[in-house]
Design a protein around this ligand. Structure first.
Ligand code: UD1
Ligand code: UDP
Length: 394
């Protein structure tokens, strides 16, 4: 952090504003906001863009977060330009009013990019949580790969979940203010998964988890819209028809594009349950009771390995290679036949299943928020040493 910022803030609490807008950002920012709120050395505040409305509100409720500012920007079938421009205009006003010492943004959404840019326009320092993830393909995931690269350029502080994320930044010449913290989602997961859990979505209380193999599915990425999503849904349909021993549980993203294709392919199958998006605690507890996860989600690729659940990634690449290397996540791609073959192998070969179904924690140890708070204090001259870096177990 530059010496002027350290001097300007000396002797008072640091004003830190978290800006987020979608479900995954909220889940991963919630424990960090709580951490900052509990520490008198910070004056924490929250501004939500509400790029997601219902899916964001569910997270705010579960984690008891009450944002001071809510831009309420969501529109049905919103475009990338409308999200970014509405965020920028709303944030200009909020940042001018609050003048935080540091803005925190998370990940790679349009809110993330607009949040970092809006702060930069007012010369407010930016901390990027979940920094350094890359596929090195600017169109996949789209637009996330570009968003996170641009935020990497805009940010002053970079909180990388893993060592390989740090290496990605280093290769781009970003070496100052970089910390390896673990991913805050593992902090969140530690508060949500419990033994005797009862689901608010009643259909989930009637699944026979002991006898049936639950296949948990999510799918929402923009680069999968069109032919890839058709192929994925077709694979799921065939899988369900061929395997009465499985129950496919698919909480369908509220995007009208996704809703249409999911219902067209999967309605009317006895062992497929298309349910509304789940609350974060429901999702985590359902995952803990599942046999297999099939997803194009980033967050699920981080959570499932911690719970010992194999993941087939419904994409052509991933920016999260750590669990692939650990053997619990495989890239299944977006072709019907390949997806089917990989899923059926896990359903029919106990040996293949055992190889993938072991808990690994390459993404965190539940201490990411503490490390991020400590790194901020260190950067602003409030602590003598930086936090110890997160190191994954071998
Ligand atoms: C966004 C992020 C993506 C992230 C995903 C998490 C961008 C460009 N994309 O994608 O990186 O992985 O969130 O889920 O930032 N909708 C509702 N209610 C909601 C949420 C969405 O109705 O609570 C509908 C709206 O019609 C909205 C559409 O879904 O226009 C798409 O939402 P949007 O945020 O644009 O894209 P996501 O696919 O959710
Ligand atoms: N999630 C949830 N309910 C759902 C689907 C996902 O709470 O119905 C959670 C999931 O556990 C993870 C996060 O949302 O923490 C991932 O969000 P999403 O897949 O929408 O976005 P991505 O991670 O791909 O950006």
């Amino acid at each position: 952090m530059d010496p002027q910022s350290v001097e300007r803030t000396a002797g008072r609490a640091l004003k830190v504003m978290a800006i987020f807008g979608t479900r995954p950002e909220a889940i991963k920012m919630a424990p960090l906001v709580k951490q900052l709120e509990s520490d008198p050395r910070f004056e924490a505040s929250c501004c939500v863009t509400a790029q997601h409305r219902q899916m964001l509100d569910g997270v705010l409720e579960i984690f008891h977060l009450k944002p001071q500012f809510d831009l309420d920007i969501m529109e049905q079938r919103q475009t990338l330009s409308t999200i970014t421009s509405k965020c920028l205009l709303g944030l200009e006003r909020v940042l001018a009013q609050v003048r935080p010492d540091l803005v925190l943004v998370h990940g790679d959404t349009s809110t993330t990019f607009a949040g970092a840019l809006a702060a930069f326009y007012q010369k407010i320092a930016v901390g990027h949580v979940e920094a350094g993830l890359r596929t090195h393909d600017r169109y996949s995931p789209f637009p996330e790969e570009m968003n996170r690269s641009l935020v990497g350029r805009l940010a002053d502080l970079h909180f990388c979940p893993t060592g390989s994320n740090q290496a990605n930044l280093s290769a781009e010449g970003i070496t100052q203010g970089v910390y390896i913290t673990g991913n805050t989602v593992i902090d969140a997961l530690r508060t949500t998964v419990v033994e005797d859990y009862s689901f608010a979505t009643d259909a989930l209380n009637h699944i026979d988890y002991a006898q049936k193999k639950v296949v948990l599915v999510t799918c929402h990425r923009r680069e999968n819209y069109g032919a890839p999503m058709e192929q994925i849904m077709s694979a799921l349909r065939t899988l369900a028809l061929r395997h009465p021993e499985i129950e496919v549980i698919y909480p369908v993203h509220l995007s009208p594009v996704v809703q249409e294709v999911a219902h067209r392919h999967l309605d009317g199958l006895a062992n497929v349950h298309l349910v509304s998006p789940l609350m974060a605690d429901e999702m985590h507890n359902l995952m803990a009771r599942s046999y297999l996860v099939m997803t194009d989600s980033g967050g699920l690729q981080e959570e499932a390995p911690a719970l010992g659940k194999p993941v087939l990634v419904l994409r052509q690449e991933t920016e999260r290679p750590e669990a692939v290397e650990a053997g619990t996540v495989r890239i299944a791609g977006v072709q019907t036949e390949t997806i089917l073959a990989m899923a059926e192998q896990l359903l029919t070969s106990p040996e293949s299943y055992r190889e993938m179904a072991h808990a690994v924690n390459p993404y965190g140890d539940g201490q990411a928020c503490r490390r991020i708070a400590q790194a901020i204090l260190y950067e602003f001259g409030r602590m003598d040493c930086p936090p110890e870096p997160f190191q994954a177990e071998n």
